[in-house]
Design a protein around this ligand. Structure first.
Ligand code: FES
Length: 64
């Protein structure tokens, strides 16, 4: 596997969440450690399921 193939890929969606492409080990605010596949993280602040996106960015008309 060359270096480019091994790089973690992260995509910032216009006016939307951040996608981490792959399985990650995630430590939550309370210290719980979980594995999560292809997590979409909220960056608008409106999600009711933080740190994940729940689609609320569409409802609030989030613009980046
Ligand atoms: S980015 Fe989707 S709910 Fe915040």
């Amino acid at each position: 596997m060359d270096k480019k193939e091994s790089l973690l890929k992260v995509k910032v969606y216009p006016n939307g969440p951040i996608l981490v492409d792959g399985t990650v080990e995630l430590t939550l605010a309370d210290g719980t450690v979980i594995e999560k596949e292809n997590p979409h993280f909220c960056r608008c602040g409106a999600s009711k399921n933080k740190p994940y996106c729940d689609g609320s960015h569409v409802k609030i008309g989030f613009k980046d």
